[in-house]
Design a binder for this molecule. Structure first.
Ligand SMILES: *Cc1c(COP(=O)(O)O)cnc(C)c1O
Length: 453
């Protein structure tokens, strides 16, 4: 192997990048990281970056949490791996399922494990297909989601994701239907109130169910706050308007809490923040504070009973991953839940959320910021060419990429998403670190807006 010299060149030579704007990489190089300290990551040159994206939303306890590292080390020493097939599973798996049901909004329920959020959504879809077929409705298979939703990248979860880039794969698969994104600022019509907007979306759901037939629709999936769609909290009253329609037609409602779960929105679950009761919850990312790849399907009481009956009828649920319910992942998740809920991390989110919002509100006074939006510790600023008409910048200008690149140059990591910049720092962030984030972000905004004016 003829090895090029720099870390950056070696990365580009041999690694295929996913979800990466390649012109940005060619221009600024790859950031090759060696370790982390609290909410900071450090690269091969010793440069420090405040990671205002918690890695990928998931490193909520920062990058060097002692307790989590010790929990992993202890479990590796005790029992470093096992599966959950054939009626065997580790004691850690037993304890985590109990814990997840205990902290869920359900009075009881059941948990199934995967290695990722995509697989958890995929598993949930298969479970619904299986359930409806066993209940005599094999044609009840269509899946409803929303435009701009992000549910993952496997063939099924990418079909649920409502992003145009999936067309390069010939996705979505047939039978995956997308409804209007509940983003009032962007999709509300002229002179339409927020309440009228929500009523229009509820009517769209009713019309879709009437057109397709309730007996052809397996389930409705939604993130409480859309994450990778650009941090989009639901329009006011959205879930209250659509839940009764789904109930009326026996369409299970699945809350994809891969980002919102475990404190990101200020409460344990996003469905609690937005006051609705789903039939099942999808968890991943923060479940292990990013210290282990793991996802979980948490079925509420009613759905768990129905799935149990369907499994008993054919004596087996023929599904599972080799590492489902991995003992090290489960031990880390147990510790992560304890750390977030009992070591003051969730409290810190609630304590600093108003300060977070105040900082963004101030930045949003700039003429080229159209909207700031979010809740808890997940926020976005959306850039616009014209504030009054909400006209976006020309796509060719890559404004959000430029802002993020300018931030990276100053030692701040934030994520460009469409015309927005996303901020979702670890829950351990201090006031001083929040000030550092805003200072650097403001400098980057001023620099880029001056360039593209
Ligand atoms: C990240 C994400 C997923 C996919 O999880 P992976 O672990 O990347 O497969 C699913 N749903 C939501 C809401 C996510 O943010």
């Amino acid at each position: 192997m003829n090895q090029p010299q720099s870390w950056e060149a070696r990365a580009e030579e041999y690694s295929l990048y996913g979800f990466t704007d390649m012109p940005s990489v060619h221009q600024r190089g790859t950031v090759v990281l060696t370790h982390g300290e609290g909410p900071y990551v450090i690269d091969v040159h010793g440069r420090r970056y405040l990671d205002a994206n918690s890695g990928l939303w998931n490193m909520v306890a920062g990058f060097d949490h002692k307790g989590l590292i010790e929990a992993a080390q202890a479990q590796y020493a005790r029992f470093p791996g096992y599966h959950a097939f054939f009626g065997r599973m580790s004691d850690q798996t037993v304890m985590l399922s109990e814990k997840l049901v205990e902290v869920s909004p359900f009075s009881s329920g059941k948990v199934f494990y995967t290695n990722s959020g995509s697989e958890a959504n995929d598993t949930m879809v298969k479970m619904l297909w299986f359930l409806h077929a066993q209940e005599g409705k094999p044609q009840k298979r269509k899946i409803l989601t929303r435009w701009n939703a992000y549910h993952g990248v496997t063939a099924v979860s990418a079909s649920m994701t409502g992003k145009p880039y999936n067309s390069v794969f010939g996705l979505p698969l047939p039978g995956f239907l997308h409804l209007t994104c509940p983003h009032y600022w962007r999709f509300g019509e002229k002179d339409e109130t927020e309440e009228q907007f929500v009523q229009r979306l509820a009517r769209e759901l009713e019309d879709t169910i009437a057109r397709e037939g309730a007996d052809t629709i397996a389930g409705f999936f939604a993130e409480p706050v859309m994450g990778a769609g650009g941090v989009i909290p639901p329009a006011k009253g959205y879930f209250q308007a659509i839940l009764p329609i789904l109930r009326k037609h026996d369409i299970p409602m699945i809350s994809d809490e891969v980002i919102c779960g475990f404190g990101r929105t200020g409460q344990t679950w996003g469905c609690q923040t937005y006051d609705y009761m789903p039939d099942a919850i999808i968890s991943s990312k923060n479940l292990t504070a990013g210290f282990f790849p793991m996802g979980a399907v948490i079925l509420g009481e009613a759905l768990a009973k129905r799935v149990d009956a369907a499994v008993e009828a054919i004596e087996e649920f023929p599904h599972g991953f080799t590492a489902s319910g991995h003992p090290v992942g489960c031990a880390i998740a147990l510790k992560a839940i304890d750390v977030v809920m009992n070591e003051g991390l969730a409290d810190n989110v609630n304590r600093l959320a108003p300060r977070f919002e105040a900082g963004l509100k101030r930045l949003a006074q700039k003429p080229n910021i159209g909207e700031y939006r979010g809740i808890g510790f997940m926020w976005a600023l959306e850039a616009v060419r014209d504030k009054a008409t909400k006209t976006p910048f020309e796509g060719t200008l890559s404004v959000s990429e430029r802002i993020a690149n300018a931030c990276t140059g100053m030692g701040l990591i934030c994520r460009p998403l469409g015309q927005s910049v996303v901020l979702c720092p670890p829950f351990i962030l201090t006031e001083a670190q929040m000030d550092e984030m805003f200072e650097k972000l403001e400098k980057a905004l001023d620099k880029v807006f001056a360039e593209v004016a």
